[in-house]
Design a protein around this ligand. Structure first.
Ligand code: PEP
Ligand code: MN
Length: 380
């Protein structure tokens, strides 16, 4: 079933009560000229979107990139938004940005990923917003640290900001990946579990870094029951001054939104419920087997620890680790398991095995501990 996209007001969205999912935010990575802002908003206004975004001050990775048009862009954005009846949002990173954004009547602020990582900076923003009634959206920090993300939100809440949303824009990683910023979906899922009343928005543009995969990531977010989407859209992406590879043009935005499929969170159909329950029962059984097998594997790791201790061998042996990686990913590929997944899985298993072995090696011979105790011991 297609999404029935209807416009939402910002107050209905931030109160989380009665808005029509998804709340859609679109607009250019950066405001570049009055004409570019106006034409982009004009194009976007043809779609069912709820708010316009644009970067005014741009935090760039390397110097000598375009660092944003500055205060004048606030006026272009606000005027275009008012002309087409759409609220507008900009990124703020310090007190002077906030003062300027409030002077120009910007409706909603957001805090970028490079700011959320820094509690000093977030506190400066929270202090500047004390007593101001404006909604604020907080992007996840660049690094996959849930506490830092939640901490930034708490600083704003302590300053009296009531209307807060979180934006998942992916996480930096040194590994090669199909993403520009890896989604690490488990983090936003855990965020939502711990903060069910804070609306969660996905920014597939920064996650993907290229236009081809945005539809897929946006759909995944909605399948995970996200509340909104922020999608970079530019009247002429090829000539954009920043993030040109990931910006859609307004026609592509409309196409993406019309392609989104809505799925029901629950079903009332008795037959479907029974079928789903059967599948879940199978998963429950298999999870139990997974735990049994892991427990066996760890008990062997402890035996290896004892053996290495007796024979004075080192725990970590790189050639053995390479062999594990190669054989497991090779075998897994015949079983429809991706290399990326197996690498993650075996990294965790291997780390735990090393922990268990190292505890056994350093264990006083006449004192036996349980695996849980050894874990606590190693974490200290
Ligand atoms: C942006 O939205 O253009 C931006 C700079 O985002 P982020 O903070 O997620 O990098
Ligand atoms: Mn951008």
């Amino acid at each position: 079933m297609k999404y029935s996209l209807k416009r939402n007001s910002i107050s209905s969205f931030f109160s989380g009560k009665s808005f029509n999912k998804p709340f859609v935010i679109a607009g250019p990575c950066s405001a570049e000229s009055e004409q570019q802002v106006f034409k982009t908003v004009e194009g976007i206004a043809q779609a069912s979107v709820d708010m316009i975004r644009a970067g005014i001050w741009k935090p760039r990775t390397r110097p000598d990139s375009f660092e944003g048009i500055g205060d004048v862009g606030l006026k272009w954005l606000r005027d275009a938004g008012r002309h087409f009846g759409l609220p507008v949002t900009v990124e703020v990173a310090n007190e002077s940005h906030i003062t300027a954004a409030l002077t120009y009547g910007i409706d909603v602020l957001w805090i970028g990923a490079r700011t959320t990582v820094n509690p000093f900076q977030v506190q400066e923003i929270a202090d500047a917003l004390r007593g101001v009634d404006i909604p604020v959206m907080v992007k996840n920090p660049l690094n996959p640290d849930l506490e830092l993300w939640i901490g930034a939100i708490e600083r704003l809440q302590k300053s009296g900001i009531k209307n807060i949303a979180a934006i998942h824009r992916g996480f930096s990683s040194y590994e090669n990946s199909m993403y520009r910023y890896k989604p690490n979906w488990e983090l936003p899922i855990e965020f939502k579990r711990r903060n069910p009343s804070i609306p969660l928005i996905c920014d597939p543009s920064h996650i993907c870094g290229k236009t081809e995969t945005i539809q897929y990531v946006a759909q995944t977010a909605l399948d995970l029951n996200y509340d909104g989407l922020m999608i970079e859209t530019h009247i002429d992406p090829q000539n954009a001054w920043s993030d040109k590879k990931q910006q859609l043009n307004p026609a592509q935005l409309i196409e993406l939104l019309t392609n989104l499929v809505s799925r029901d969170q629950n079903t009332n159909n008795i037959l479907q419920r029974g079928q789903l329950q059967d599948l879940r029962d199978m998963v429950d059984d298999i999870d139990e087997q997974v735990i049994d097998v892991l427990s066996k594997r760890m008990s062997i790791a402890r035996m290896i620890g004892d053996f290495k201790k007796q024979n004075n061998l080192s725990i970590y042996q790189p050639e053995r680790w390479n062999e594990i990686i190669n054989t497991r990913t090779g075998y897994g590929s015949q079983k429809e398991l991706s290399r990326e997944f197996l690498l993650k899985l075996f990294n965790i298993i291997h780390e735990e095995s090393i922990l268990q072995q190292s505890y056994r090696m350093n264990l006083n011979d006449n004192h036996q501990h349980t695996a849980v105790e050894s874990h606590q011991h190693n974490k200290q």
